[in-house]
Every structure is written in structure tokens, then in C-alpha cells.
Design a binder for this molecule. Structure first.
Ligand SMILES: Cc1cc2nc3c(=O)[nH]c(=O)nc-3n(C[C@H](O)[C@H](O)[C@H](O)COP(=O)(O)OP(=O)(O)OC[C@H]3O[C@@H](n4cnc5c(N)ncnc54)[C@H](O)[C@@H]3O)c2cc1C
Ligand code: SF4
Length: 473
């Protein structure tokens, strides 16, 4: 399509994205948001002012040229928009779906001062989907082989990004993934109705086309230690991107009753082992009629919405803080409300009560009020004495956070860790062990896809430098 003259239309309302209706989608696993058509994308792109000093870019952890790719969409040059995105972001179709844009790029968009910010995330998704659906082959520019070998442990967004960046530089990359499918939380945690597996699979295939080898069901710490990878398997450097897959529990009585799950276990069973296709897939997951999910992050909402889709009559979020402190993405909270998830805020569980057969029968809770901010910056929940009450439920899903996967740290004690088993790195992603780098949730604790990718990318630059110079600063 030829260039059109850019005439911004800031007063035009933000273009809504077509979505499945709540009453339909609450019982199916198909994607909720259907995505912009080309016409809708161009219409939204025209809201962008093409700022000389684009504050949106400062809000993006990987510094995407946002006005640049939006301009290409406005001009109908969708393929260019995709390649502009790809220069900065290895996984645009994924980020366009799951990034918390409202607290990053869109938060800083100048349009947000008087009107609604430009829908940057939706436009990113459009450009990426357009390219995928066009059937065009990706143009991978790969440097000549360097003769160096890098092992990546973990195939989440940190590992995938690091692998892609290193493959571009001509290094031979092997990813070791503990599970039987690559993608990390993108496949085992985030449900199909927010991020179809097909999208992650395409990105993984792209990596393979770049020459990256992926070994699944390969647990580092069991199959090889890091020392063995470096000294016996011929790898010149190692990147650890093992994430934060260890679920936390509250330590309250009754957590070992039948009918209590961790959100990770529940979502993995449904997503990766296809429990939602039972009896076609032989991995049932027992979901009761009345489900309580403890916590209010993205994981909690994913678990609550999945429980509804599996047939629960009622699904409740139980969260000890107030609305202003909810950590989940705004859009997902809105979607959950529309689908019928009930929010019980300022409520904290203190015990899970079982019946005579050891199955969950009720959740005992106490009401809370918000006090002064704690070290997390959020207001501290204070229990209100005498406000205890019992809440009849038959399933409880704990979604109060995850910690680092501990196996690497246990089998490689010369890698320095901080509290909670988090791996210590320097600015460039170097650990305390020569030749070993790390990034993503394993160094931040549970964070976001884009932050994990940003760290994977930064570490790849440092690994490349190390492989070329042999210098360990
Ligand atoms: C349910 C859920 C929903 C989320 N929703 C969002 C969202 O909407 N937006 C957002 O930005 N973020 C979201 N997050 C957070 C985000 O997914 C994570 O921050 C991100 O995936 C971290 O990436 P990572 O590469 O560090 O680790 P992970 O994605 O956790 O990947 C780590 C991989 O390493 C593998 N591994 C671990 N140990 C070993 C070993 N010893 N050997 C080999 N492999 C190993 C694991 O199996 C896993 O595949 C969500 C998280 C969860 C759990
Ligand atoms: S700040 Fe908003 S209006 Fe300005 S360039 Fe970025 S997206 Fe466009």
C-alpha cells in the first residue's frame, strides 16, 4: 500500500478490540480477544501523534520504536511494522497479548493525558499476527558460525530470547527444558484463552529454523550439572533461565486436604496435560462446584477463569488487600468480572476446614483493613479482630506467589544466591561462576514476560562478548 499523509486523529475514541461475548467465552477455552482487523488497526494507528520525544518508548522495558511501528501500520505497511518490532522484541505476538501495557508503554503515552492512550499492545499483536497469518517466511539474518557452543537452561521467555539473540550471532545454541514442551509459563501457566499455544509453537519453530536445538524432558541438575555441561559436554557458556516455578503456600491448617491445589499444579495439569480435553486426554482434574482462589495476581485470575471454564458453578477470588492493590492486569480483572468471577477483597484465609473424609468443606477467613504501606509499597492488610467467618467451598487453589526452582542452586553450590534462592547477577547478567549467566524470574522472583525477555537479551550480549574476548569482567 502506498504511503499516506499522516494526519493524526487524536479525538477519535480508542478503537475497541472485538472479543468473544462473556456468556459464551466463560465456558470455552478459545481466545477471548479476537484481534484488530487491518481497518481497525489503521484506524487506531491514526490516533498516534508521532511524538518527537515519545514517552511511550521510555515506558517499554525493551525500548521498541513504538511510533515507528505504529506509523508503518497507519501507512498499511504491515510487514515493515513487524520487522520494526522484531528488531527490539523477539516475541511480539506474545507480548502484544500478555504484557501489562497499562503500567508500561501505554501508561506514558501522551494521549493518555487528555484521552485514552493509544492501544500500543493491540497494535503490536496485530502486526505480529498479520505476519504470521500471511504465510511469509521470516527473514533470519544469521552471522557465520562462530564455533562456540552455548547451553540455555529453561525455555521460558528469558531462555527463548537469549537463544534467539545468540543464534543470530552464529553461536551453536542448545536449550535444555525440564518439561516435555518448550515455552515455560507461556505454555504451562498462561491459559489458552489468553495466549494460544499455537502462537508460542510458531516462535519455538522459528528458533529451530535459526539452528537452535531444543532438548525437552532434560532436567539440568539431574541429566548434567553445569560443571558437566562446561567441562564434559563442550559448552563454552551457560545461561540459566529456570524461572520461578516453586509455588508458595500460606502455612495455614488444612492445606494438605483433598481439593487443595497450588495454582501452578492446577494450571499445568489443565494447560500442558490437556485436562480440559478429558476424556480425550486421560488427565482429569477434579473441580468442585464452588471454588476459592487465594490471591489476586495474573496467576490467580488465570486459575479462577480456568475453573469456571471447567464447569465450576461459582468461582471466588479471596484477596487480603483492596482494589487499588490488585497486582493482576486491569484488562484481565475486567474480563474476569464480566465472566462472573466473584471478588472477595479485604479477606484473608486462616484455615481450610475438611469433612470426615479429608475433603475440603469450607474456608475460614478473617476480614482485613489496609494499613500503612509495607516493603512491597502496597498497603499492609491488618486483620479485624472478631470478624472471622466460614465460607463453604469444595476446592481451594493457592495462588499467592512462586519462588525460584531450586535444583540448579542445590547441585551447583559455587553459584552465589541471595535470599529465597534467587541467583545473584551483575548488571550484564553474569553470575559468580565464570562462563555462567542468568536472567528472568530466577533472578527477579515472579515478574513479567517482557522483563524476563529484556534480561535474556542483555545476557546474550554479555555472553557474545565473553565468547569473543574470553574476558570475565
Ligand atoms: C499463571 C501465570 C500467568 C502469568 N501471566 C502473565 C501476564 O499476563 N503477563 C506477564 O507479563 N507475565 C505473566 N506471568 C509472569 C511471566 O510468565 C513470568 O515472569 C515469565 O514467564 C518468566 O520467564 P522465565 O523465562 O524467567 O521463566 P519461565 O517462564 O518460568 O520458564 C522457565 C523454564 O525453565 C524450566 N526449568 C526449570 N528448572 C529447570 C532445570 N533444572 N532444567 C531444565 N529446565 C528447567 C521450566 O520447566 C520452565 O519451562 C504469569 C505467570 C504465571 C505463573
Ligand atoms: S506517546 Fe503515544 S502518541 Fe506519542 S508516539 Fe507514543 S504512542 Fe504515539
Amino acid at each position: 500500500m502506498p504511503d499516506k499523509k499522516w494526519i493524526p486523529q487524536p479525538k477519535r475514541p480508542r478503537t475497541p478490540i472485538p472479543e468473544q461475548k462473556p456468556e459464551e467465552r466463560r465456558r470455552n477455552f478459545k481466545e477471548v480477544a479476537l484481534g484488530y482487523t487491518a481497518e481497525l488497526a489503521i484506524q487506531e494507528a491514526y490516533r498516534c501523534l508521532q511524538c518527537k520525544n515519545p514517552l511511550c518508548v521510555e515506558g517499554c522495558p525493551v525500548g521498541i520504536d513504538i511510533p515507528g511501528f505504529i506509523r508503518h501500520i497507519g501507512e498499511g505497511r504491515f510487514e515493515e511494522a513487524y520487522y520494526t518490532l522484531k528488531k527490539y522484541n523477539f516475541l511480539p505476538a506474545i507480548c502484544g497479548r500478555v504484557c501489562p501495557q497499562e503500567s508500561q508503554c501505554e501508561k506514558f503515552c501522551i494521549m493518555g493525558k487528555r484521552f485514552k492512550p493509544v492501544a500500543i499492545g493491540r497494535l503490536e499483536r496485530f502486526a505480529a499476527d498479520y505476519f504470521m497469518e500471511s504465510g511469509k517466511k521470516e527473514d533470519f539474518k544469521i552471522d557465520p558460525p562462530s564455533g562456540k557452543k552455548v547451553a540455555i537452561i529453561g525455555s521460558g521467555p528469558a531462555g527463548l530470547t537469549c537463544a534467539g539473540e545468540l543464534a543470530k550471532k552464529g553461536h551453536k545454541v542448545t536449550i535444555f527444558e525440564a518439561l516435555h514442551k518448550p515455552g515455560g509459563v507461556l505454555v504451562y501457566g498462561i491459559p489458552e484463552f489468553r495466549l494460544p499455544k499455537r502462537i508460542v509453537d510458531i516462535e519455538v519453530e522459528n528458533l529451530k529454523k535459526m539452528g537452535v536445538e531444543i532438548k525437552t524432558s532434560a532436567i539440568i541438575g539431574k541429566l548434567y550439572t553445569i560443571d558437566e555441561l562446561l567441562e564434559e559436554e563442550g559448552f563454552d557458556a551457560v545461561f540459566i533461565g529456570t524461572g520461578a516455578g516453586l509455588p508458595y503456600f500460606m502455612g495455614i491448617p488444612g492445606e494438605n486436604l483433598n481439593g487443595v491445589y497450588s495454582a501452578n499444579e492446577f494450571l499445568t495439569r489443565v494447560n500442558l496435560m490437556r485436562a480440559y480435553m478429558f476424556p480425550e486426554a486421560d488427565t482429569p482434574v477434579k473441580i468442585g462446584e464452588k471454588v476459592a482462589v487465594v490471591g489476586c495476581g495474573n496467576t490467580a485470575l488465570d486459575a479462577a477463569r480456568t475453573a469456571l471454564r471447567l464447569g465450576a458453578k461459582e468461582t471466588h477470588i479471596v484477596y487480603r488487600r483492596s482494589k487499588g492493590e490488585i497486582p493482576a492486569r486491569e484488562e484481565e480483572v475486567q474480563h474476569a468480572i464480566e465472566e462472573g468471577v466473584q471478588f472477595n477483597l479485604l479477606t484473608n484465609p486462616i484455615e481450610i476446614i475438611g469433612d470426615e473424609n479429608g475433603w475440603v468443606k469450607a474456608l475460614k477467613c478473617i476480614r482485613t483493613r489496609c494499613g500503612e504501606p509495607d516493603e512491597s509499597g502496597r498497603r499492609r492488610p491488618i486483620p479485624i479482630e472478631g470478624s472471622e467467618f466460614e465460607f463453604p467451598v469444595d476446592t481451594v487453589i493457592m495462588a499467592i506467589g512462586q519462588g525460584p526452582n531450586p535444583l540448579i542452586q542445590e547441585t551447583q553450590p559455587d553459584i552465589e544466591v541471595k535470599r529465597w534462592g534467587i541467583i545473584k547477577i551483575d548488571e550484564e547478567g553474569r553470575t559468580s561462576k565464570k562462563g555462567v549467566f542468568a536472567g528472568g524470574d530466577i533472578v527477579t522472583g515472579g515478574a513479567t514476560v517482557i522483563l524476563a525477555m529484556g534480561q535474556g537479551k542483555k545476557a546474550a550480549q554479555a555472553i557474545d562478548e565473553y565468547l569473543k574476548t574470553g574476558k570475565w569482567a
